[in-house]
Unconditional design. Structure first.
Length: 317
């Protein structure tokens, strides 16, 4: 089996785990506030993440070298987690994914001021077309917008900023710092929110929160294996297979049907994202390949980003 085929299969398996992760969030979201689900999922992921953090080969403290950028990244990671959990709890899975698929488009835009990336007419055109796909999904004026729609857009924007800032920081921050700041910040924010709204959770629901942690971390490890096996330009587009899982889970578990506008809009957004990945990978004026290198997965503090996990598990020598 060739490396690219193995990478594709591993990435498809990872996206299946991530989709299951999101389906569990939606299951719990029918009974509990999103900040409570995020708090316990993050709390239960901490022992697993700590085992990986023990592999950090670099010594030091949690004091950042770039506090401004790290505070921004932490705030965006927490926002992305809260917004994403709320969106999955309140909207059909396919609509959430269609909106979150705009993350590569937003990474392309944000890479201009943050990374100094040069974006030509081709990629600008793809961004515009992709945003038109969002309008097809949302159908403003003909379909009432819900808070979940705005939350999904906030989640995509915040995730894009996290990806670009992570790329900006490069290896100037220890993986431990990049992982622990968002997790600690999340505990403070969501833990504080529990004092305002809390619903007691029986043991079986706490177990589901633990599954969110396991699926998130396992998916991240499979993503690392996929990118080590295959070329990024071939592996990255497999993220969009999540729309298939979302359709199946929505149909079987939540009695959701994929309507035609959502399907058309999702296909437009996916095509735009694929074009941007292709343009970055084909060279041209792309110096950083930010969308391709971002491991296109919506940011969440329930598990570290795959790119940071890779630095811990497979440090460059």
């Amino acid at each position: 089996m060739s490396g690219n085929v193995r990478g594709v299969l591993l990435q498809l398996a990872a996206m299946g785990l991530f989709a299951t992760h999101d389906a569990v969030i939606k299951t719990l979201g029918s009974s509990y506030p999103s900040h409570q689900i995020l708090f316990f999922a993050s709390l239960l992921s901490f022992p697993l993440v700590s085992l990986i953090l023990l592999r950090d080969p670099t010594s030091g403290t949690l004091r950042p070298n770039n506090p401004g950028w790290l505070i921004l990244r932490t705030a965006c990671a927490i926002s992305a987690g809260l917004a994403g959990f709320f969106a999955f709890s309140t909207l059909p899975l396919t609509q959430v994914y269609a909106i979150l698929f705009t993350t590569p488009l937003l990474i392309t835009v944000l890479s201009i001021p943050v990374l100094g990336e040069k974006v030509g007419l081709h990629r600008w055109g793809a961004v515009i077309v992709g945003l038109c796909g969002v309008l097809i999904v949302l159908r403003p004026g003909t379909h009432p917008l819900q808070p979940g729609h705005f939350a999904a857009m906030i989640g995509a924007s915040a995730s894009a900023m996290v990806a670009v800032v992570t790329r900006k920081l490069g290896s100037r921050e220890r993986p431990l710092v990049l992982i622990m700041w968002p997790m600690l910040g999340n505990f403070v924010v969501t833990g504080g929110a529990l004092t305002l709204q809390y619903q007691p959770m029986p043991l079986q629901d706490l177990g589901l929160a633990g599954l969110i942690s396991i699926f998130g971390l396992a998916g991240g490890l499979l993503v690392i294996a996929a990118y080590r096996a295959g070329e990024a330009a071939i592996v990255a587009p497999m993220q969009y297979s999540q729309i298939i899982w979302a359709t199946l889970y929505g149909w079987f578990l939540f009695n959701e049907m994929l309507d035609l506008p959502t399907l058309i809009g999702a296909l437009v957004i996916i095509a735009s994202g694929l074009y941007i990945v292709w343009r970055e990978s084909s060279g041209g004026n792309s110096a950083n390949r930010p969308a391709t290198a971002a491991r296109l997965r919506n940011e969440s503090v329930t598990a570290p980003k795959a790119a940071i996990l890779q630095r811990l598990l497979h440090p460059r020598r």
